[in-house]
Design a protein around this ligand. Structure first.
Ligand code: GLA
Ligand code: CA
Length: 783
C-alpha cells in the first residue's frame, strides 16, 4: 500500500515536473474577465500593464531577455500578435517551429511570471508585409480580404485560426496557462463596418479553442462605434501625448460598463524609407501614461521593444506608397538591440509606483554584448545577368505571385523592335522599384513612391533586348490598398509619336529571398559594380551584436551566415542593419549582399551604434518647388467659415455639390491668437452617398510649408489614415505666417458634398485651424 502510494506520489511529481517543463511555472487554472468597469483576475480588480513584443522581430535566443526587460520596466503582461503569413508561407504548410514557436514564447512569458495577451489576426497591420495576410491569397485574382464577401479568404482564415488555437488554446488562463485575453481582428473600424464579418471572426476565434478566455477588440475613439460585437470587450488605441479623458469619453458614454484599456499606446512610431526618422518625446509619452495609471486604466505599450523587421517582412503604407524601413526600433523604450534608453528608465520610474498586490519590479537583465567589426571588402561577385535562374515563358506580363513567387526580385525580358527614333516605355504599375536595361545597358529607374511609370528608350537600328528588373519592397499593410501584388501588375507599352504597342512574349526570371537561392549563384573574384550578388567573409574572435554599416551600398538585401537581415536602401534614414550576435560565429563568417542598383564601394563594417537617422533623400521632402507660390487671386471659394475650437472631426457641408479634381484648403489663422502654425491630422472629402471618397489616387501637389526636419509632419500625413500623425507647417526655426495652404490633386474628377477635417488630438493645440477657405476646381491651380 505504502509502496503504491509512493509510486503514485512519484508519478504525480514526474507529471508535475513534465508539466512544469512544458508550461514554465505550472499554474492553477484561473479566471480573467472584463466587465463592470474593471478587469478581474481571479475575481480581484486588475490593471494590465502590458508590453507589446513581436517574436519574429526578435531572435529566439533573445526572447527571454526582452521579456525580462519588459518586466523590469514594470510590466505584468506581454502582448503579442500572431503573424499568419509567417506561419503559413505556402498554402496549407504550417510552421510553428524554431523562431516561429509562439507557444514556446508564451510559455517563456509564463516562466517569467507574466501574463499574455494574444492577437491572432487574421489581419494585424503591424508594419508587416500585407498586415500579416499571406501573399498567396493574391493568386486568386479577385481576392477580397477582411470581408465575408470572399469565401476563400474566410475559409483560409478559419484554417489558420484553428492552427493557432492548437498551439495556444491550451495556454488560456482557465487551463492553467497565462493567456488572459485574445483579440478579435485588428482595428477593423479603420477598414470597414461589416459587423457580420467581425462576428464571424469572433466565432472562428472561439471555435479555434479560445473558448474560455476573455475576448476583446481594439479600435479608435473616433470609430469604435462603427460596429458592435457582443461578448467582446472594446479597447482603444492611441498615441504618445494623448488626452486620456477625451480619448475615453465617447466609449464611456456608449459602453458605460466597459473596463478601460488602451490596447496600443504608441510609444514612438515607425520609419519609412526616404522619410525623416520618427521619434516621440519622453515627456509627452510619459505624461499620458501617468494619466492612465492615475485613473487605473490598463494599457499595452506598442511597442515596448520593436526589434527588427528581418528578411522580407517589413510592410508599407499607401497612398502614397511608402515602404517601411527594416529597423522597427520604433523609438520604443527598449532599443532595437535590447538596449535600455531614457524612455525605458522613465517608464520604470513611473510604473514602480503603481505595482499591485503581489507584484515586484523585475531586475534589469545584463546588457547584450556589442562588438565592432573593422571595415572589409566583399571581394567576390556574381553579376545578375550571368546568374539568372531558369526562365519561365509568359505571353502576358504578370505579377510575381502568379509565377508562384512570394517576395524578392523578378526580371522581365522581351525583345524590342528596331527604331530610328527614341521611344517611351510605359510600365503599369511597378511594384515597387525597377531598373530598366536595353541590351544590358541601364536606361532608367522607376520608383513607385513617385508614381513613376515612363522610361525613355534610345533609338536602335536592330532589335534589342529589354530587361526590367523589379524589386518588391513591403506589401501594403494598412487601408484599402492592401491588395498589393508585386512585380509588374498590369502591362508594358512601347510608345512613340506614331505607334503604341503592348509588349508581350516575356521571359520571366524569379529571384526569391531564400538563402538557398542566393547561394546558388556563381561567385567569382572579378570586379563588378552593377546589380548582382556580392560575397565576403570576415573572422571574429568574440561574438556580439553589431550594426552592419551598409551606407556604401545602393538598394537590396543582406544575408549573414544564411540569416536574412532585411532590406537596405541608400536613401535612409536607416544606414545600418542590426546583426544579432547569435547569428555570428567565432572564426569565419559569411556575408552575401544582393544589390539591385549599384554600390558606391563594396565594403561593410560592424558599428557599435545604429545609424537610424541619416536621411539622403533622392527628391525633395517638400511639396513645393523653390520659389513656387500658390496664386488664389480670382479663385472663388466653395466654402469658407470658422472651425470650432477643440478636438474631434469637424464637418463642413458645401451649399451645393461641387465637381472638381484640384482641392485646396487654406487656413487663415489659428485657434490661438498669434499661433503662426497650421496642422491637420486627417482630411476627408465626402461624396454623393455621404461617405468619404477613396484617397487611393490623391497626391499633394503643393503645401506652402511643412515641418520635415524636427519631425515627419509632411502634408501627405493628412491622408495617411492615421489620426495620430499630422501635417504641420514649419515649427522649428522660421515659422512662416498665415495663410497656409495645402493643394491635393484628387487624381480624377469627383463630386463632393463637403469635407471633414480632424485636428491633431495630442495635448498640444498648436496649429489648430480657425478661419478657413476651401477651393475645388476642375482645372489645376495657378502657381
Ligand atoms: C495600429 C495597428 C498596429 C500598428 C500601429 C502603428 O495601431 O493596430 O498594428 O500598425 O497602428 O504602428
Ligand atoms: Ca494623419
Amino acid at each position: 500500500m505504502k509502496n503504491t502510494r509512493s509510486f503514485y506520489t512519484c508519478l504525480c511529481t514526474i507529471a508535475l515536473l513534465l508539466l512544469t517543463s512544458i508550461t514554465g511555472t505550472a499554474q492553477q487554472p484561473g479566471t480573467f474577465t472584463a466587465g463592470n468597469k474593471q478587469f478581474l483576475l481571479n475575481g480581484k480588480p486588475y490593471v494590465i500593464r502590458a508590453a507589446e513584443l513581436h517574436y519574429p522581430r526578435i531572435p529566439k535566443e533573445y526572447w527571454e531577455h526582452r521579456i525580462q526587460l519588459s518586466k523590469a520596466m514594470g510590466m505584468n503582461t506581454i502582448c503579442i500578435y500572431l503573424f499568419w503569413n509567417l506561419h503559413e508561407q505556402r498554402e496549407g504548410e504550417f510552421d510553428f517551429t524554431g523562431n516561429n514557436d509562439v507557444a514556446e514564447f508564451v510559455r517563456l512569458v509564463q516562466k517569467n511570471g507574466m501574463y499574455c495577451i494574444v492577437r491572432p489576426g487574421p489581419y494585424v497591420c503591424a508594419e508587416w508585409d500585407m498586415g500579416g495576410l499571406p501573399w498567396w491569397l493574391l493568386k486568386k485574382k479577385d481576392i477580397q480580404v477582411r470581408t465575408l464577401k470572399d469565401a476563400y479568404f474566410m475559409d483560409r482564415t478559419k484554417k489558420f485560426l484553428a492552427e493557432a488555437g492548437k498551439q495556444l488554446a491550451p495556454l488560456q488562463i482557465q487551463n492553467g496557462g497565462n493567456i488572459i485575453m485574445v483579440q478579435v481582428e485588428n482595428e477593423y473600424a479603420s477598414f470597414g463596418s461589416e459587423q457580420p464579418y467581425m462576428e464571424a471572426i469572433r466565432d472562428a476565434v472561439r471555435a479555434s479553442g479560445f473558448d474560455k478566455v476573455q475576448l476583446f477588440r481594439c479600435d479608435w475613439s473616433s470609430n469604435f462605434d462603427k460596429y458592435k460585437l457582443d461578448g467582446v470587450a472594446t479597447t482603444l488605441n492611441f498615441g504618445a501625448g494623448s488626452k486620456i479623458d477625451e480619448q475615453f469619453e465617447k466609449l464611456q458614454r456608449v459602453y458605460p460598463n466597459e473596463a478601460l484599456m488602451c490596447s496600443e499606446y504608441w510609444s514612438g512610431w515607425f520609419d519609412h524609407w526616404g522619410k525623416p526618422h520618427e521619434t516621440r518625446s519622453v515627456a509627452s509619452f510619459i505624461g499620458s501614461l501617468k494619466d492612465m495609471m492615475d485613473r487605473n486604466i490598463s494599457f499595452s505599450l506598442y511597442m515596448a521593444h520593436g526589434g527588427t523587421s528581418f528578411g522580407q517582412w517589413g510592410g508599407a503604407n499607401a497612398p502614397p506608397y511608402s515602404a517601411m524601413a527594416t529597423s522597427y526600433d520604433y523609438n520604443a523604450p527598449i532599443g532595437e538591440q535590447g538596449n535600455t534608453t531614457d524612455k525605458f528608465f522613465a517608464v520604470r520610474d513611473l510604473l514602480k509606483n503603481y505595482l499591485q498586490e503581489g507584484e515586484t519590479l523585475g531586475a534589469i537583465p545584463a546588457a547584450m554584448p556589442v562588438i565592432a567589426i573593422p571595415a572589409f571588402e566583399l571581394k567576390q561577385t556574381a553579376p545578375l545577368f550571368t546568374n539568372l535562374p531558369a526562365a519561365k515563358a509568359s505571353a502576358d506580363i504578370k505579377p510575381m505571385e502568379l509565377f508562384d513567387q512570394g517576395w524578392g526580385r523578378i526580371l522581365y525580358r522581351t525583345t524590342l523592335p528596331a527604331s530610328t527614333s527614341p521611344r517611351k516605355l510605359v510600365i503599369k504599375d511597378v511594384h515597387d522599384w525597377a531598373k530598366v536595361f536595353v541590351d544590358g545597358e541601364p536606361v532608367g529607374k522607376l520608383d513607385r513612391r513617385r508614381w513613376d511609370s515612363v522610361v525613355e528608350i534610345p533609338a536602335k537600328n536592330a532589335t534589342s533586348q529589354l530587361d526590367i528588373l523589379v524589386e518588391a519592397t513591403g506589401r501594403v499593410n494598412y487601408g484599402k490598398a492592401i491588395i498589393d501584388p508585386k512585380g509588374i501588375t498590369d502591362k508594358v507599352i512601347l510608345r512613340s509619336a506614331s505607334f503604341s504597342k503592348e509588349l508581350n512574349d516575356w521571359q520571366v526570371y524569379n529571384m526569391p529571398v531564400d538563402y538557398k537561392f542566393q547561394k546558388s549563384v556563381k561567385f567569382r573574384k572579378k570586379s563588378h559594380s552593377g546589380p548582382g550578388w556580392y560575397r565576403g567573409t570576415f573572422r571574429l574572435k568574440e561574438k556580439g551584436d553589431t550594426y552592419l554599416d551598409v551606407s556604401k551600398w545602393g538598394k537590396g538585401m543582406v544575408w549573414v551566415n544564411g540569416n536574412n537581415l532585411g532590406r537596405f536602401w541608400k536613401i535612409g534614414p536607416q544606414q545600418t542593419l542590426f546583426v544579432p550576435g547569435v547569428w555570428l560565429k567565432k572564426g569565419k563568417n559569411e556575408i552575401v549582399i544582393m544589390e539591385v542598383d549599384a554600390p558606391k564601394e563594396t565594403t561593410v563594417a560592424g558599428l557599435t551604434q545604429p545609424v537610424l537617422n541619416a536621411l539622403h533623400p533622392d527628391e525633395s521632402l517638400l511639396h513645393r518647388a523653390k520659389g513656387q507660390t500658390l496664386d488664389l487671386g480670382g479663385e472663388v471659394p466653395v466654402a469658407s467659415g470658422s472651425f470650432t475650437a477643440g478636438t474631434g472631426w469637424k464637418d463642413v457641408q458645401f451649399s451645393k455639390t461641387i465637381t472638381g479634381r484640384y482641392f485646396c484648403l487654406e487656413a487663415l489663422n489659428a485657434q490661438q491668437a498669434k499661433d503662426p502654425l497650421t496642422s491637420i491630422a486627417e482630411l476627408e472629402l465626402i461624396g454623393l452617398d455621404g461617405t468619404p471618397l477613396s484617397t487611393l489616387k490623391w497626391k499633394v501637389v503643393y503645401a506652402d510649408s511643412e515641418e520635415v526636419t524636427a519631425s515627419n509632419s509632411a502634408a501627405d500625413k493628412v491622408y495617411d489614415q492615421q489620426e495620430s500623425t499630422f501635417w504641420q507647417t514649419q515649427s522649428v526655426g522660421a515659422k512662416p505666417a498665415h495663410p497656409h495652404q495645402i493643394v491635393i490633386d484628387l487624381g480624377e474628377e469627383v463630386q463632393v458634398k463637403g469635407i471633414r477635417v480632424l485636428p491633431r488630438s495630442d495635448k498640444s493645440s498648436a496649429g489648430m485651424i480657425k478661419d478657413y477657405r476651401i477651393f475645388l476646381k476642375v482645372d489645376a491651380f495657378k502657381m
